[in-house]
Design a protein around this ligand. Structure first.
Ligand code: MEV
Length: 415
């Protein structure tokens, strides 16, 4: 399959769905995408349900990750994001696309102990095997597939309320996000930790700083595609973000535009992903860009992203939200690891696209062009008419509204 679908944006919603069927989705799966979550299911997901809050779901084209062509489902309310990701993926595609990898899906459960005895750490570490066994007895399925509690670590923490002993339970969560498994295991071993430490256990909860569960992606953006000035412009933008927290926050927000949209489309906990990513960006005591850029010997732009990505292909809303299964099928992912690799690639694509636009023509012109195209499609423009309506607004000056777009379309039709 080839994800470089020419003119996908020019199609109507029905025609785009027809394309998805060519790419392997069934009519029923496309119907799931168009209908979304039903009220009955929603009522079982959270409390006090009164309705459904929907988001647009778009498809980013042109992606190639680890030599696999992919159509990327993105759920997001912000215009331009899907188009920008598709554009970046087209540029990266010219040099083979994104290469991505992810570490083992290991999450940390934290158990806070107040008033632990001096020899508490020694006693806990001596009892480690029994504690891990007890934790693992709670999730035999996870253990059967190679996951489960793997390690225990102790940290002494100085706080404003005195010294605390923090025990970390390291759990390989397999294809789950892991909050349930980790929290259950952490709560289960807490009484033993109290007995061993002679202290009092307070918090028993997963850490969203998933430092062990990271994904990396990289790509070469050829100078032949973007021009030498854009290579320099993006390096200038990167230097700006490195030097300035005000810019860096916005830069990283742009990364998360892409990462979150795929996280949401696959039914995952985007707050967990956000929390991990933004804290990761400050791990060296100052906020840093999530993506790095440098110039290769041949003058092309190399980009790389690394961030914690606790996403799942099983459990939680990945199971209950009907769209999630369709998104996984479209992406062809079976494991949480593969999904994390794709999300990292989209994060890099999104940041690259933003920096390319910002360091050259600015984002507003493209934004308006896209807005005009979207409105033109809604106004009934077909084929070439869409681009011609967008051209009409390209010089700026005229406000892009449904009315002005309809008038422009009439003009185009009159020739
Ligand atoms: C807007 O949602 C995201 C950007 O501001 C990101 C950036 O400035 O790098 C365009």
């Amino acid at each position: 399959m080839n994800s470089a679908i020419e003119g996908f944006y020019k199609l109507g919603v029905k025609e785009r769905n027809a394309k998805l069927r060519e790419y392997g989705l069934t009519t029923e799966e496309c119907a799931v995408y168009t209908n979304g979550l039903d009220l009955e299911t929603a009522n079982h997901m959270i409390e006090n349900v009164v309705g459904i809050h929907a988001l647009p779901l778009g498809i980013a084209t042109n992606f190639k990750v680890n030599d696999r062509d992919l159509l990327i489902p993105m759920a997001i309310e912000e215009p331009s994001v899907v188009a920008a990701a598709s554009k970046a993926a087209k540029i990266a595609r010219a040099s083979g696309g994104f290469k991505a990898e992810a570490t083992d899906p290991v999450m940390i459960g934290q158990i806070q102990i107040i008033g632990a005895a001096k020899d508490a750490e020694k006693k806990i570490m001596a009892a480690k095997d029994g504690l891990l066994e007890k934790a693992n007895a709670l999730d035999p399925m996870l253990v059967k597939f190679g996951g489960g509690a793997k390690e225990i670590e102790c940290r002494l923490l100085e706080t404003e309320r005195g010294e605390m002993l923090i025990v970390h339970l390291l759990v390989n969560c397999g294809d789950a996000m892991g909050a349930n498994a980790v929290n259950t295991m952490s709560e289960a071993i807490a009484p033993d930790l109290e007995a061993l430490s002679g202290g009092r256990v307070r918090l028993r909860i997963i850490s969203n700083l998933a430092v062990h569960r990271r994904a990396k992606a990289s790509a070469i953006f050829p100078k032949t595609e973007i021009g030498e000035d854009a290579v320099e412009g993006i390096l200038d933008a990167y230097a700006f973000a490195k030097a300035d927290p005000y810019r860096c926050a916005t830069n990283n927000k742009g990364v998360m535009n892409g990462a979150d949209a795929v996280t949401i489309a696959t039914g995952n906990d985007w707050r967990a992903v956000e929390a991990g990513a933004h804290y990761w960006a400050t791990r060296n005591n100052a906020v840093e860009p999530l993506c790095k850029y440098w110039k290769t010997e041949s003058g092309d732009l190399a980009g790389e992203i690394e961030l914690p990505l606790a996403v799942a292909t099983v459990g939680g809303a990945t199971k209950t939200h009907p769209n999630a299964a369709v998104s996984r099928k479209l992406l062809g992912v079976k494991t949480a690891r593969e999904l994390a690799e794709i999300i990292a690639s989209v994060g890099l694509a999104q940041n690259f696209a933003a920096l390319l636009a910002l360091s050259t023509e600015g984002i507003q012109r493209g934004h308006m062009r896209l807005h005009a195209k979207n409105l033109a499609v809604m106004a009934g423009a077909k084929g070439d008419e869409i681009d011609r309506v967008a051209e009409h607004f390209a010089k700026g000056g005229e406000r892009v509204t449904m009315e002005s777009v309809k008038a422009a379309l009439e003009k185009v039709r009159r020739g």
